[in-house]
Design a protein around this ligand. Structure first.
Ligand code: TEU
Ligand code: CA
Length: 559
């Protein structure tokens, strides 16, 4: 594999609305991010992805962009953004912005002009259609519920939106639209961005002409994941974007790609891939049902392990997945992948070490490094997220009581990771001096950054140690380029693997169960073993390593 500047980086995702509010209006902002750059530096962060800060009516929290060239006043000004780029550069941190180009906002001027004349120039930037024989062009269900077609008021036209109706889909088949997007990307990269996190990108290629697919619920509609299986030819668009933008800027693009097929990995993230990297969502999609959240199954630790190892194999000698346990669309990883008995400091460190030391680019989502947990919601009125509202309605539709429905939504609501960052134990967790736009998780009195700074055994300090390990000049090559080899893969409740280096191997071994477990290291008998990190005292007698409940041990094994 070719060597690139980003391969040894550690990345961090900021959800700006909830990170740090600098002016007391209850909304996190860009000056707030600048304030905390030294904190990020102390975590060894080299790449910082910032969820959208462009002008937006916020129907989907900034993922509905009304002006790609302006910062929304709630987040600050363009000067703030330029200052952030400069201050980050001083600290050797590259900034990624969120590239949301499957759709824009219905308040974008392109869409206004398009609605005024659906058959005109701007109409071709979107997908417009009329009913034929009383029927819409296709029966696809939008991700946030209901049909993808929405009427243009006062006309007999409809437009397509695979997400919210305030997010009309852009027509990538139109070369003029693609040129507009490339111009915008260049404009930002020329300002000094390191690259983009590329939002919802598999949706840009629609299987055309529009047609119905088999319905998978009693609404007569079909899930978009089914639709996308019929789309082919996305490579023409993505290859063009790579050649025109990614390569000339030597940028880092991380694609939000779901359900990629094994044979597509090289195209998406090989040496000449469309992206530098794509997220490994194999564990995220595990157990998910097209029926909706109520029909999902939560992955067990063994499911989690299987997903990780399968992806590691797929990526071997091909490229770098970006590894995550959570993001702004998912529940908190510690509340989801850890069994209930392991949802404590020690268990959080176990999950941290297991995912962080895999081959790929580790991404930390804000607050993950503190072990922030899911929020508890008593009713749907307390929830802001658009997707939760549709999922709640579906639960009720299939006959659940409001109590059962809110339980399901609690498990998955995107607000779980969107609650304000817990900086300290003062009012509003030190996030704002005003009223936070989304309530703070009441557990901030125990879980907060200030407290964990003081505690050498905190989750935060453990993340710092992981970060140091990965950046240690002697171990760097093993962690960045070393192959992942599962160890004792069939052992239930145990997740263990080697990273195979030139000079040494690293063994990561963790116990996801409530009982002590023994691991036989007889195959390593002759070799010298050095403890690199653990979340408990390490007991090794002869060839037997005993793991206490939820213990993880990281060993260096000299060849
Ligand atoms: O998410 C894309 C995506 O596929 C979502 O449907 C995701 O599965 C869903 O949020 C789960 O409820 C991206 C962004 O990350 C998300 O925040 C946006 O809402 C979405 O695109 C539209 O821009
Ligand atoms: Ca603010």
């Amino acid at each position: 594999m070719e060597q690139k500047w980003w391969q040894d980086k550690i990345a961090y995702q900021i959800y700006p609305k909830s990170f740090r509010d600098s002016n007391g209006d209850g909304i996190g902002d860009i000056p707030g991010i600048i304030e905390k750059l030294d904190y990020l530096k102390s975590l060894g962060i080299g790449i910082l992805w910032i969820s959208p800060v462009y002008v937006s009516p916020c129907a989907d929290q900034g993922y509905d962009i009304a002006d790609y060239f302006q910062i929304d006043p709630m987040f600050g000004t363009m000067e703030d953004m330029e200052r952030l780029l400069k201050e980050a550069e001083k600290r050797d941190i590259k900034i990624l912005m969120d590239l949301v180009v499957n759709h824009c906002s219905d308040e974008h001027e392109w869409f206004r002009k398009a609605c005024a004349d659906p058959e005109g120039e701007y109409g071709k930037y979107f997908y417009f259609a009329r009913k034929e024989n009383g029927k819409l062009p296709c029966n696809w269900r939008s991700y946030f519920g209901g049909p993808v077609w929405e009427p243009v008021s006062g006309t007999d036209w409809y437009y397509l939106h695979v997400f919210h109706k305030k997010q009309p889909d852009l027509n990538w088949e139109n070369p003029k639209l693609r040129e507009e997007i490339y111009r915008m990307m260049n404009w930002w990269l020329d300002k000094g961005l390191g690259g983009f996190r590329v939002d919802a990108i598999i949706n840009i290629k629609k299987p055309l002409p529009f047609r119905d697919y088999p319905a998978d619920r009693d609404d007569g509609l079909c899930d978009m994941s089914q639709v996308l299986q019929h789309a082919s030819g996305i490579g023409e668009f993505l290859g063009e974007m790579r050649d025109r933008i990614l390569i000339p800027h030597d940028a880092f693009f991380v694609g939000e790609v779901f359900n990629e097929k094994e044979e597509e990995i090289r195209d998406f993230m090989g040496d000449n891939g469309y992206f530098s990297s794509i997220f490994d969502f194999s564990q995220t999609v595990e157990g998910k049902s097209p029926k909706g959240w109520y029909a999902n199954r939560i992955p067990s630790p063994d499911d989690y392990k299987r997903c990780c190892f399968r992806s590691q194999r797929k990526a071997e000698r091909v490229g770098f997945y970006s590894n995550v346990i959570e993001n702004h669309d998912e529940p908190r990883g510690v509340s989801y992948y850890l069994p209930p008995a392991g949802r404590h400091c020690k268990g959080k460190k176990l999950l941290a070490a297991e995912y962080f030391l895999l081959q790929g680019i580790p991404f930390i989502y804000q607050g993950q490094e503190l072990g922030m947990e899911n929020m508890v919601y008593a009713s749907i009125e307390e929830i802001d997220d658009v997707s939760s509202k549709a999922e709640y309605a579906e639960c009720i539709h299939v006959g659940m009581s409001p109590e059962e429905a809110i339980k399901v939504v609690n498990q998955y609501t995107r607000d779980n990771t969107r609650t304000p960052f817990q900086w300290d134990d003062t009012a509003n967790a030190g996030f704002t001096t005003g009223i936070p736009w989304l309530p703070v998780n009441p557990n901030y009195l125990e879980i907060n950054a200030a407290r964990q700074e003081q505690d050498p055994d905190s989750v935060l300090q453990f993340y710092r140690k992981l970060s140091q390990l990965r950046r240690d000049p002697e171990l760097r090559d093993t962690f960045v380029y070393g192959r992942t080899e599962p160890f004792g893969e069939e052992e239930q409740g145990i997740m263990a693997y080697f990273r195979k280096g030139k000079e040494e191997d690293v063994l990561v071994a963790g116990n996801f169960t409530e009982g002590s477990r023994e691991i036989q290291l007889s195959s390593l008998q002759e070799k010298q073993k050095e403890l690199l990190l653990s979340n408990d005292d390490v007991k090794m007698e002869g060839n037997t390593l005993t793991l206490t409940p939820f213990q993880v041990v990281v060993l260096k094994i000299t060849k």
